[in-house]
Design a protein around this ligand. Structure first.
Ligand SMILES: NC(=O)c1ccc[n+]([C@@H]2O[C@H](COP(=O)([O-])OP(=O)(O)OC[C@H]3O[C@@H](n4cnc5c(N)ncnc54)[C@H](O)[C@@H]3O)[C@@H](O)[C@H]2O)c1
Length: 274
């Protein structure tokens, strides 16, 4: 009889993580590598992707970096071809690349209020391009080898703001001009769930499972005012640590979730349960 832990093993599997150099992407790359997969760290920030890959290689894992712009069909195709050349197959695609408006000290700058009435059309179009079209293109490119080999797993990273609207009070700071989580974030993340359901049912009978993973807010050096406001609205009373999505990611990537497709695994500290 199979031991339950064996179902979480990814030995012999090959994974591509888009946005693999980001806060969560790098965590997912390490998790997949630790479970035994060969991993392609793919990111538009090529230098950062290579650095994440180098660190994991130094730790003894089979990992390569890949420059990838998910908005460009040639680029998504190129990363898939690079993966097939290097490792022979592609079993797991984690779609993590996104434009994600941040409110930690590194990212908040002047002129980025995010107010809906004046939200720039160009910024809206760019976000749809990366967060939705980019995911569509990455899925298209990865699905071909998955279909040919008769198996595959796709995990699309959503957000709790794809399920509920942002509580904009979180982003207001005393004595500072108002700022808002922008409209594109909720819209594109809701779209991620549509794409997930579409692909899950489209690949019925093809042994390609497609699921979404929905994180809540992840701590990344946010200031105390934000942290306290967030904690007061969170069932678990805090933000997630960056490694607290890894268990769910591995579950979805592995045979531990073999009977799951078209689902959305919500790991939001209870945010959407109130
Ligand atoms: N951090 C959070 O609190 C949080 C919460 C909920 C959901 N999420 C989602 O999790 C995912 C990862 O978030 P994160 O916090 O690691 O974000 P991040 O900004 O740290 O990482 C995103 C990565 O995507 C890359 N990227 C951007 N545009 C790209 C493109 N055109 N092609 C390829 N790569 C591109 C960036 O270079 C970056 O490395 C995102 O989908 C985000 O929406 C994050």
């Amino acid at each position: 009889m199979t031991h339950i832990f064996d179902r979480f093993k990814l030995t012999g599997h090959v994974a591509v993580v888009t946005g693999g150099a980001g806060l969560l992407g790098a965590e997912f790359c390490r998790t997949l590598a630790q479970a035994g997969a060969a991993v392609v760290v793919a990111d538009v920030n090529q230098a950062a992707a290579f650095e994440v890959a180098r660190q994991l290689e130094d730790e003894g894992y089979r990992v390569i970096g890949s420059g990838l712009d998910v908005t460009c069909p040639e680029s998504t195709q190129g990363t898939v071809e690079q993966t097939l050349q290097e490792f022979g197959h592609l079993d797991i695609l984690v779609n993590c690349a996104a434009i994600d408006p941040k409110f930690d000290p590194q990212h908040v700058g002047p002129g980025s209020s995010g107010a809906f009435e004046d939200y720039p059309l160009e910024a809206w179009k760019q976000a749809l391009d990366v967060n939705l079209t980019g995911m569509f293109l990455a899925c298209q490119a990865a699905a071909k080898p998955m279909l040919a080999q008769g198996a595959g797993v796709i995990i699309n990273i959503c957000s709790m703001y794809g399920l509920v609207g942002p509580d904009q009070r979180l982003y207001q700071h005393k004595g500072q001009p108002p700022r808002y989580k922008p409209v594109y974030y909720s819209v594109t993340k809701a779209g991620v769930l549509g794409l997930t359901n579409y692909l899950a049912t489209y690949y019925s009978g093809k042994n390609i499972r497609v699921n979404a993973l929905t994180p809540g807010g992840v701590f990344n050096g946010h200031d105390n005012e934000f942290m306290e406001a967030y904690a007061a609205r969170s069932v678990l009373g805090r933000m997630a640590e960056k490694d607290e999505l890894n268990g769910a990611l591995l579950f979805l990537a592995s045979d531990a979730s073999a009977y799951m497709t078209g689902a959305n695994l919500v790991v939001d500290g209870g945010w959407t349960a109130w």
